[in-house]
Design a protein around this ligand. Structure first.
Ligand code: HT7
Ligand code: ZN
Length: 879
C-alpha cells in the first residue's frame, strides 16, 4: 500500500462551489445523484480527479447535460474517477448506486437498527459518490432525501430544513440546505424511525435554535442529561470564547453501531449511544461524565473543526487537540477541576505514553500515513490537547483568548494548518514560539531529571536536564520547550518568600512559578526560600513529560501530606505506590521475603481518615496504579514480578487498613445516599470513594466484606454501585458468584449498553480460567463482531485493561486477540486495526513473550486480502 506524505501536499486544482445531492434510499440499493458546480482554478490541469471506492457502482456521468463516455471522456479505477478535458467551469452530474445493508465497515452510508446513517470522516464520503474527498475542498451542500414514509418517517441532513412533502407510492422527501461551505467529511444523512427530545437555545446573537436528540423510541427517556449538557456547552462557548451557534437547528442522533464515540457533522451530530444515553439506574457516574465531555467536544467542533477546518489530514490535531483541550476545560468548569485533571492525565499516561514509547510513535502532526483512520490516536488527540494547554500556560490565559480570537478572525471559513494556529498565538501574545513548534514535529515523551541543590547563602538551585528518546524514523531529537509549573510546599501552605529569580523563572502570582526549560540542561535559581520548603514540581502536569527528581523519601511524603497542589498529592501517592511495587518485585526476583513499608500504609491510612474534606481526591490518592502504569515506568524488572507485587501490595493495604476501609466505606455510602436524595452533585465524589474502598475490601476475601459486596450488588439503585459490586464479585470467590453474574445479565439483557458493561466486567476477571471464560463469552448469543461497542467491551477490555491475563506466558491471550483481529478484518477493518494496539506494546516484555507476539503478527500479516488499516498497524508492530 502507498504511503501518503505531508511533503507532497498540493492544493486541489478545482473549486466545487456547490453540490446538490439527491438520495433515493433503499436498504439494498440506494441511488445517489450528485450535481457539482465546478471551476478550474488558474491554468492547472484539465483532468478533474475524484475519489471513489470499491463498494459503489457508477451508473452515469454527465457534463453540462451531456452523457460522458468511459475511456474517451473519463476513466474509472477502483479508487478514482478521472474526467478529461474539463472546461473553465461546468456542471458535473454523477449517479451512483450503493448497498447500505451490506456495509459492515460502518463508513459511508450504512444501517444501524434498520435506520440509515452515515459516517464520512475521514474518507467515507467517497463510498457514497465520486467527489474530491479531502478536507480542503469546501462546498455549499444542499440535500434532497427520498424514502418510504412508513419505515423512515424522519429524514435529516446538515444545515437548516428547507422543505418536505409526500410523493407517490408511500414515499416522502425532505430538503436540507447548509449555508456554510464545508468539506465532505462533515456531510451527514440520517433516515429512520426515531423518537425525538426537543428543546431550545437562544444565542447571544439573538438566534433561536431548536435542539433535537433523536434515538430509538425505547431510549428517549435517557436523553435529558445529554440535552442539559448540550445547553451548558452552548452557554460555555459563548461565555468563554464568545462563540455562538450558527444554524437554526442542532440535531443529534444516537446509534448503536458506530466506529468511534461521536461525529461532529455540521448541524447533525451522529453519536454512539454510549455517549448520549444516561440514566442513573443504567449508567455510571463515569458514563455521565463522558456524555457531558463528548457532547461538549462535538459541539465545540462547530468552531474548531467546522468553521475553521484542516487543510489536510496531517493537520488533524489542529481540530482534535484543540477541541479536546476545550472539552477538558469545559468539564473542569462544570465540575471539579483537579479531579478532571487527575483523570485526564491518567488517561494520557495509559494510552499516549505507551504509544510514544513503541512502534506506533508519531508526532502530533504526523508526516506520513498509509491509512488515515489509524491516526485518530491518543497522540493526535490527547498529546495534541497538552500542546495547546502548554501554549496557554506559557502565554497566559488572557493572551490565549486573544490568540483564539485572532485565529477565527483570520481563518473563519477556511482549511488551515497547525502552523496557522501557532502563528495566531504568537502574533496575539508577542511570545516567540519558534522552538515550541517542535512539540508538533518531534515524537516521543521527553524525560526530565530535576536535581535540587542548596547554593551559597539562601540560594536554591534546580538543575533540570531533558532527553527526548528516539522514535521510529526520528533518531536525533532537539531540546524542547518545557514549561514546568512549581512551588515550594511548607506545612502552612506555599512558601511566598522566594525572590531573586533567574530570568528563566516567571512568578505566577499564586505561590507557583513557571520555569521555562529550553535547553538540554537548564538551571533555575531562587533566593530566600524557607530552608524546610519542599519543591513541588510539574504542578497540574504542566507538560506531558516523564519526570525524575532527587527529592528524598521524606520530601516525597511531605508533598503527599502537605502540598497545596492537590494534583501533586495524587502524583506523589502514585509514585510512592509504584516505588513500593518495584521494591516488592525486586524482592520477588531475589526470592526474598516480601515486605511493605509501614510508612506508606500509615500515610494512606491518614489520608483515608481525613476523607470528608475531599472524598474524590482521597479516592484518587488511595487508588492503586494500574497494571499498565506499573509496567510503563518499570525498569529492568519482569512483568510477572511486577504484577505479583502489585497484587501483593493491594492485598496488604486492604488487610492493614481493613477497619478504616470498612468504616469509610459505610460512611461514604450513607453520605452518597443522603446527598443524592437531595440532588447534590457531591454524591458522585462519595460514591467514588465508597467504591475504591469496596475494591480494596474485596481483596481481603473476608466474610464481612463479601457480605457487603453482595449487599451492594443486590440493593444498589445506581449503576455506579451495582457495577462496582459486579466487578468485585467477578474477581471474588464468593459462592454465589456465577449465579449473581447470570442474574445481572438477566436483569439487563434488553439494555445493550449495560450488557456491554457485563461483558467488560468479566473481561477484567483475575481468575485463573479467564481465557476460557473469554472464549465462552465470544460464543455468547449477545456477542457480535459487527458491533464495535461489543468488541471493545470484551476484546478491548481483556487486551488493554487486563494485562496480567492478556500477557500470560502461555501466549493464549495473544492468540485470542489475533483470532479476533483476523475475523474482524473482513467485517470492519477500521476497528480491527484499532484492536491491534496491544500487540505493539511489547517493549517492556521478555524475549519469550516478544516471540509469541511476533508469531501472531506474522499470522495476521499472512492473511490473504488483509485490509490496508490492519496491514499498516501489523507491519509497524512487526518491524
Ligand atoms: N471527528 C471524529 C473523528 C472520527 C470518527 C468518528 C466516528 C466514526 C469514525 C470516525 N473517524 C474519525 C470524532 C471526534 O473527534 O469528534
Ligand atoms: Zn473531535
Amino acid at each position: 500500500p502507498k504511503e501518503i506524505l505531508l511533503a507532497d501536499y498540493a492544493a486541489y486544482p478545482f473549486a466545487i462551489d456547490t453540490i446538490a445531492l439527491t438520495f433515493k434510499l433503499s436498504p439494498a440499493e440506494t441511488i445517489v445523484t450528485s450535481k457539482l458546480s465546478c471551476r478550474r482554478l488558474g491554468q492547472a490541469s484539465t483532468v478533474l480527479e475524484l475519489n471513489g471506492g470499491p463498494y459503489m457502482s457508477l451508473l452515469s456521468l454527465h457534463m453540462d447535460g451531456v452523457l460522458l463516455e468511459a475511456e474517451k471522456d473519463y476513466d474509472l479505477s477502483e479508487e478514482h474517477l478521472r474526467v478529461y478535458n474539463a472546461p473553465k467551469s461546468f456542471e458535473l452530474t454523477v449517479v451512483t448506486s450503493i448497498n447500505p445493508q451490506e456495509n459492515t465497515r460502518l463508513e459511508g452510508l450504512y444501517l444501524s437498527s434498520g435506520n440509515f446513517c452515515t459516517q464520512c470522516e475521514a474518507e467515507g464520503f467517497r463510498h457514497i459518490t465520486y467527489y474530491p474527498d479531502r478536507p480542503d475542498v469546501l462546498s455549499v451542500f444542499s440535500v434532497r432525501i427520498e424514502a418510504l414514509m412508513e419505515d423512515y418517517p424522519v429524514l435529516l441532513s446538515n444545515g437548516n430544513p428547507a422543505g418536505a412533502g409526500e410523493i407517490a407510492g408511500g414515499y416522502h422527501y425532505a430538503i436540507w440546505n447548509d449555508p456554510h461551505p464545508k468539506p465532505a467529511y462533515l456531510f451527514a444523512l440520517v433516515a429512520g424511525n426515531l423518537a425525538c427530545l426537543t428543546d431550545k437555545f437562544h444565542t447571544s446573537l439573538g438566534r433561536d435554535v431548536t435542539l433535537n436528540i433523536y434515538t430509538l423510541e425505547k431510549d428517549q427517556a435517557k436523553c435529558d442529561y445529554a440535552m442539559g449538557a448540550l445547553k451548558r456547552s452552548m452557554q460555555w462557548d459563548e461565555e468563554t470564547y464568545g462563540l455562538a451557534y450558527d444554524l437554526d437547528v442542532y440535531n443529534i442522533v444516537a446509534v448503536s453501531d458506530f466506529n468511534m464515540g461521536a461525529m461532529e457533522n455540521k448541524g447533525l451530530n451522529v453519536f454512539n449511544t454510549k455517549y448520549v444515553l444516561a440514566s442513573p439506574d443504567t449508567e455510571t457516574d463515569t458514563d455521565f461524565a463522558h456524555v457531558e465531555g463528548v457532547i461538549g467536544h462535538e459541539y465545540f467542533h462547530n468552531w474548531t473543526g467546522n468553521r475553521v477546518t484542516c487543510r489536510d489530514w496531517f493537520q488533524l490535531s489542529l481540530k482534535e487537540g484543540l477541541t479536546v483541550y476545550r472539552d477538558q476545560e469545559f468539564s473542569s468548569d462544570m465540575g471539579s477541576r483537579v479531579i478532571k485533571r487527575i483523570d485526564d492525565v491518567k488517561a494520557l499516561r495509559a494510552a499516549q505514553f505507551p504509544e510514544d514509547a513503541g512502534p506506533f510513535a508519531h508526532p502530533v502532526r504526523p508526516e506520513k500515513y498509509i491509512e488515515i483512520n489509524n491516526f485518530y490516536t491518543a497522540t493526535v488527540y490527547n498529546k495534541g490537547a497538552e500542546v495547546i494547554r502548554m501554549m496557554a500556560t506559557i502565554i497566559g490565559q488572557a493572551a490565549f483568548r486573544k490568540g483564539m480570537d485572532l485565529y477565527f478572525e483570520r481563518h473563519d471559513g477556511s482549511a488551515v494548518t497547525c502552523e496557522d494556529f501557532v502563528q495566531a498565538m504568537e502574533d496575539a501574545s508577542g511570545f516567540d514560539l519558534r522552538q515550541f513548534r517542535l512539540w508538533y514535529s518531534q515524537a516521543g515523551t521527553p524525560e526530565i531529571k530535576v536535581d535540587v541543590k542548596k547554593g551559597q547563602g539562601s540560594k536554591t538551585i534546580l538543575s533540570v536536564s531533558q532527553t527526548v528518546p528516539s522514535t521510529p524514523g526520528q533518531d536525533m531529537k532537539k531540546p524542547m520547550v518545557i514549561p514546568i509549573v512549581m512551588g515550594f510546599a511548607t506545612e502552612h501552605g506555599d512558601c511566598l518568600s522566594a525572590q531573586g529569580l533567574s530570568s528563566n523563572i516567571r512568578p505566577l502570582g499564586n505561590g507557583s512559578f513557571l520555569l521555562m526549560m529550553t535547553q538540554g540542561a537548564d538551571e533555575f535559581t531562587f533566593e530566600g526560600v524557607e530552608p524546610t520548603a519542599v519543591p513541588s514540581l510539574l504542578r497540574g502536569f504542566s507538560a506531558p513529560v516523564e519526570m525524575e527528581t532527587t527529592l528524598s523519601e521524606l520530601q516525597q511524603y511531605f508533598i503527599l501530606n502537605f502540598d497545596t497542589d492537590s494534583f501533586n498529592r495524587v502524583e506523589m501517592s502514585d509514585l510512592l505506590l509504584k516505588k513500593e511495587v518495584y521494591k516488592i518485585a525486586e524482592q520477588i526476583e531475589a526470592s526474598q521475603t516480601k515486605t511493605v513499608s509501614n510508612k506508606l500504609i500509615k500515610s494512606l491510612g491518614q489520608c483515608l481518615e481525613a476523607y470528608e474534606r475531599d472524598p474524590a481526591l482521597i479516592s484518587s490518592i488511595l487508588s492503586m496504579p494500574s497494571e499498565n502504569d506499573c509496567i510503563s515506568s518499570m525498569k529492568r524488572l519482569s512483568i510477572d514480578a511486577v504484577f505479583e507485587a502489585r497484587q501483593f501490595l493491594g492485598k496488604k493495604i486492604a488487610h492493614r487498613l481493613r477497619k478504616s476501609l470498612q468504616s469509610v466505606y459505610l460512611s461514604s455510602r450513607s453520605a452518597a445516599k443522603s446527598l443524592s436524595l437531595k440532588g447534590d452533585k457531591q454524591a458522585v465524589h462519595f460514591r467514588r470513594l465508597q467504591n475504591v474502598c469496596l475494591s480494596y475490601m474485596a481483596k481481603t476475601g473476608g466474610h464481612a466484606e463479601n457480605r457487603l459486596i453482595v449487599d451492594q450488588f443486590q440493593d444498589s439503585t445506581t449503576m455506579t454501585n451495582k457495577l462496582a459490586a459486579l466487578q468485585a464479585l467477578v474477581h471474588s470467590s464468593i459462592g454465589k458468584r456465577k449465579q449473581l453474574i447470570r442474574h445481572f445479565y438477566k436483569a439487563y439483557r434488553k439494555d445493550e449498553l449495560v450488557v456491554d458493561k457485563w461483558f467488560a466486567a468479566q473481561a477484567l476477571s483475575t481468575h485463573e480460567n479467564v481465557h476460557s471464560e473469554i472464549a465462552l463469552l465470544q460464543n455468547h448469543r449477545d456477542f457480535s463482531y459487527t458491533n464495535p461497542n461489543r468488541i471493545r467491551s470484551l476484546i478491548g477490555m481483556f487486551t488493554m485493561g487486563n494485562l496480567s491475563a492478556f500477557h500470560r506466558r502461555c501466549g493464549k491471550g495473544y492468540e485470542i486477540l489475533a483470532n479476533a483481529i483476523l475475523k474482524l478484518d473482513d467485517i470492519n477493518p477500521q476497528v480491527a486495526a484499532r484492536m491491534l494496539t496491544p500487540l505493539g506494546r511489547y517493549h517492556k516484555l521478555d524475549k519469550e513473550r516478544q516471540v509469541l507476539i511476533g508469531k501472531q503478527l506474522k499470522r495476521i500479516l499472512a492473511k490473504e486480502g488483509l485490509s490496508k488499516p490492519v496491514y499498516e498497524m501489523a507491519s509497524k508492530a512487526y518491524e
